[in-house]
Design a protein around this ligand. Structure first.
Ligand SMILES: Cc1cc2nc3c(=O)[nH]c(=O)nc-3n(C[C@H](O)[C@H](O)[C@H](O)COP(=O)(O)OP(=O)(O)OC[C@H]3O[C@@H](n4cnc5c(N)ncnc54)[C@H](O)[C@@H]3O)c2cc1C
Length: 510
């Protein structure tokens, strides 16, 4: 029995929701994974009379595809979809049986309208948190559009193939054999990548907005809701609705929500924004802003131009990356950027902080109260943090400081297990065994696209006053993109609300 009693009970309940018949086409050998897969498909048939099994020869063994009788739907699982992929299996069964996926009608139409053939394959691991979202998105596309197929491949069951393709991190999506994307990608992003997307005219022909928010993170979402509640014409244009929280696993400091996950939090943001009459233009990047005759004109990457009487910039920031091997691979698996947020996950463990400026030293002080041991690695020959911070750091018994240390690699297997650096004085390579690495070499505000008329500080953050106004009348800014000293969700949201009220005040006076 591959399913424990609790999962079996859950599955039995789900299978009662099947609408039509399902035929599983099974390709099995006599290896242990095949045996587990057959045990799973046998359990499924024993639990619902609507499910039948047929032997078949599929591209990979062990694999099974989920179909309607006499109709291939293009969804295949190679390996045994248990662990985090169990939900993907349940949803595939329900959707193939005829239950509509929970996505909006416009997205269904967009998927239906994709022409041509697309054969996706996704390498996953059964313990990966981000993989099911990607697998489920591609399965939905396969159910809706007969030209699209998708195979989930458990990298542990197909090690040789994963190695041959050099899959170092999951999920790794391939389209027609070519690498398509790595890491979490949403349904909207996949659809945008393979379809033409809206034409420039669709944006240019829109009526001007009263408030146009650029950026769909916590600051932008909050600004948009506050504007729409005033009954004025509001739009949000975002490269990736949700912003940084999409890359966050655990959020424990958003007051009133004890614990949540980033993608879930981002979904609630979007749901709340959609509750209002707000024009959401997701997956559109703004590349330029001009003010002509009192009207802001924002040019999009696709050439379209949006007009608005006022604008709120909330394009956020991104962590500056160290750019060494292991950083991308172990993100959220020991490589972290936010000590306030992720520090508690390293309780009792050994960690390193890369960066000896104010943020690095503050992070180390913060972490020293939680973790077993902190090593601060600074490239220069001395720490750059304020004296008072350094004194505090030096008074802590569980902190080591290594100056002249050039980080060269973050090592690990499933999770981080160490850091390698070169001692620039001796030239020797050193390795420290540890479980976490906090990269603290600063944040980069997303302001490269703004022209010089908007006043920014030395590091490119937009300077705002107490109303969230920039130096350009009618142009406001909020959240991580501004010179606000603290970058947190709750602060960005407050900032977004403030800027929106500032913009409303500007509109009634002009
Ligand atoms: C790994 C990680 C963990 C974190 N954990 C926590 C936590 O637990 N608690 C906490 O309070 N904070 C946490 N933070 C910080 C928090 O996520 C940020 O402070 C917050 O998201 C900032 O919100 P924002 O709206 O200002 O910017 P962002 O979230 O950065 O959103 C910016 C938005 O602008 C869009 N955008 C950027 N450029 C353009 C452009 N040119 N055109 C159109 N759109 C554009 C982006 O796509 C995005 O939609 C974490 C951050 C990270 C990276």
């Amino acid at each position: 029995m591959v399913l424990d009693a609790q999962i079996k009970a859950q599955l039995e309940e789900y299978l009662k929701l099947l609408e039509g018949d399902i035929e599983l086409k099974v390709s099995a050998g006599d290896d242990s994974v095949s045996r587990d897969m057959l045990a799973l498909t046998d359990e499924l048939t024993s639990m619902s009379p609507k499910i039948t099994v047929k032997n078949a020869e599929l591209k990979r063994t062990p694999s099974f595809s989920v179909n309607r009788p006499q109709e291939e739907t293009g969804i295949t699982f190679s390996g045994v979809p248990l662990g985090h992929e169990f939900t993907s299996l349940v949803l595939a069964l329900l959707q193939v049986s005829g239950r509509p996926p929970k996505i909006d009608d416009t997205m269904v139409e967009q998927i239906k309208n994709i022409s041509g053939e697309y054969h996706f394959e996704t390498f996953v691991s059964l313990s990966c948190h981000n993989c099911p979202d990607v697998v489920q998105a591609l399965n939905i596309m396969s159910v809706i559009n007969p030209g699209i197929t998708h195979t989930m491949i458990d990298g542990a069951a197909f090690k040789e193939e994963a190695e041959e393709k050099n899959v170092m991190a999951v999920p790794a999506v391939y389209l027609d054999g070519e690498f398509f994307s790595g890491g979490r990608i949403t349904l909207e992003e996949i659809v945008a990548k393979i379809s033409d997307g809206p034409s420039p005219e669709e944006f240019t022909n829109r009526d001007p907005y009263d408030v146009l928010v650029v950026g769909g993170g916590p600051a932008g979402a909050s600004a948009a809701i506050y504007a729409a509640r005033k009954g004025i014409r509001t739009g949000v244009v975002a490269e990736r609705f949700g912003g940084q929280v999409l890359d966050t696993m655990t959020i424990e400091n958003f007051i009133s929500v004890k614990n949540t996950e980033g993608p879930k939090f981002a979904a609630s943001l979007e749901e709340h924004v959609k509750d209002y009459d707000i024009d959401i233009m997701n997956l559109q990047r703004v590349k330029g802003l001009e003010k002509n005759d009192g009207m802001f004109e924002l040019e999009l990457d696709n050439g379209g131009v949006l007009k608005s009487k006022s604008a709120i910039i909330s394009t956020g920031a991104r962590w500056r990356q160290i750019g060494v091997p292991g950083e991308e691979e172990f993100k959220n698996k020991g490589v972290a950027y936010c000590p306030h947020c992720d520090g508690p996950l390293f309780e009792g463990k050994d960690v390193a902080v890369i960066g000896g400026g104010n943020s690095g030293v503050e992070a180390a002080i913060d972490l020293a109260g939680i973790v077993q041991n902190v090593t601060v690695l600074e490239f220069a020959d001395e720490l750059k943090a304020d004296e008072v911070l350094q004194e505090r750091l030096n008074s802590l018994p569980n902190v080591n400081v290594k100056t002249n240390a050039q980080t060269t690699e973050i090592t690990g297997d499933e999770n981080v297990n160490g850091i390698t650096y070169i001692d620039r004085e001796s030239g020797e390579e050193q390795h420290i065994a540890l479980q976490g690495v906090f990269v603290q070499i600063g944040l980069v505000p997303n302001t490269e696209w703004l022209d010089a008329d908007v006043e920014t500080n030395r590091i490119g953050e937009i300077i705002t006053n107490k109303q969230g106004s920039t130096n350009v009348p009618g142009l406001f800014a909020a959240g991580d993109v501004t010179d606000c000293p603290n970058n947190q969700i709750i602060i960005s949201m407050g900032d977004g609300a403030n800027a929106s009220l500032g913009a409303f005040d500007y509109l009634i006076r002009n």
